[in-house]
Ligand binder design. Structure first.
Ligand code: NDP
Length: 336
């Protein structure tokens, strides 16, 4: 039996990753309601996003998917349909990101999802589900990084903040938030053609990626009070070596590599701290605080500037593009 839209009854559209003899592959397919995993809340994702990790999942470039078949998509926002969880009722607008969705639990590139109510965060007042996913995991991770710097006492008066991978998702939101909070932002990018875009977001200075690409010395000239790094490897080692006495760098990504070829000199001679940022298993109270902060500290006009909209069917191409560093800002996915 088929619905008026030609959809088989009891199924929904989803981007499904399967595993065969030659590896994994992803396709837009019909998925059975009956095959949803356990959970006490069923909701209808209206918007999702393309994050770097989604690119890894749909292309199979890295083994982030650990159950097959898997619906990809690490984050989504939508409306609750049914719930036996005390915090949620039908009609509530919710955000889900992380907790293994798209990796070990069926993910958000889907017109239906069943999850644990304990994983959900309410969409903050004044934000739409589309806004929430324009921000997405990348933007929420940027906020976690800003909050980590604040906890460490890195105020605007202490000096500039460098943001690496500046034209990417984490980088773009980090620049917009930091500039609104009054920080002097130095954006490091491999795409100097995006200088105007980065300035519109609030970057005061732009530096070329190459400036952080040389073999890291234990210590270099002190240039910034802190950093938000989404690339790891050599650039992160150089950022640390150039951080001022007592400063801190929040590290959340590995776009340049997972290694860290530096020395302990910044830590033991300048009291610099390396702050680790994880969005996936981050406790609920911190998540709620981060989303509330995003509702206040991220200029919505800048969010529009950062965001491009695509359809569910476009996710496969976009996944490959983000891994090549070819996506500017954020991609928001219209699921319905
Ligand atoms: P994007 O692809 O949108 O941004 C990454 C940016 O890094 C690119 O736009 C590019 O910026 C830069 N970049 C890419 N390749 C290289 C390279 N070889 N050397 C130096 N810079 C490079 O991804 P996201 O912003 O969504 O994610 C960024 C990173 O953060 C990823 O590694 C992701 O896995 C990680 N992440 C981690 C989370 C966590 O919980 N810890 C949560 C979310 C993301 P430019 O062109 O400006 O140089």
């Amino acid at each position: 039996m088929y619905s008026r839209e030609g959809q088989a009854v009891g199924t929904f559209k989803a981007v499904v990753v399967t595993k065969g003899e030659s590896g994994t592959s992803a396709a837009l397919s019909d998925f059975n309601d009956a095959d949803l995993m356990e959970g006490d809340v069923t909701f209808r994702p209206e918007w999702s996003t393309v994050n770097y990790k989604d690119g890894l999942a749909v292309t199979g470039k890295s083994p982030v998917v650990r159950r097959f078949p898997m619906i990809a998509g690490i984050d989504g926002a939508g409306t609750v349909e049914t719930s036996s969880h005390p915090d949620w009722k039908p009609g509530d607008k919710v955000i889900l990101n992380g907790w293994g969705c798209g990796e070990t639990h069926l993910g958000m590139y889907a017109q239906r999802a069943r999850v644990k109510g304990d994983w959900l965060v309410p969409v903050p007042t004044g934000m739409t589900t589309r806004d929430a996913m324009a921000i997405g995991t990348a933007g929420y991770t940027a906020m976690l990084a800003v909050m980590a710097l604040e906890r460490h006492g890195v105020t605007p008066a202490r000096g500039p903040i460098v943001v690496t991978g500046a034209a990417g998702g984490v980088g773009s939101v980090a620049i917009a938030v930091l500039s609104k909070l009054g920080y002097h932002v130095i954006a490091s990018t491999g795409r100097t053609s995006e200088a105007e875009y980065l300035q519109r977001l609030g970057a005061s200075e732009i530096i070329a990626r190459e400036e952080l690409a040389g073999t890291p010395r234990p210590l270099a000239k002190e240039r910034w009070a802190g950093g938000i790094d989404s690339v790891g490897s050599v650039p992160l080692a150089n950022v640390l070596a150039m951080t001022k006495y007592g400063g801190a760098v929040a590290a959340c990504g590995l776009a340049a590599g997972m290694d860290l070829p530096g020395s302990v000199a910044p830590f033991i001679l300048r009291g610099v701290s390396l702050l680790g940022i994880d969005s996936v298993m981050c406790p609920l109270a911190v998540r709620r605080a981060a989303w509330q902060r995003l509702a206040v500290d991220l200029d919505r006009k800048k969010l529009s500037e950062i965001t491009n909209e695509i359809a569910l069917a476009d996710v496969l191409d976009a996944g490959a593009k983000i891994l090549g560093g070819g996506v500017r800002g954020r991609l928001v996915v219209k699921v319905d």
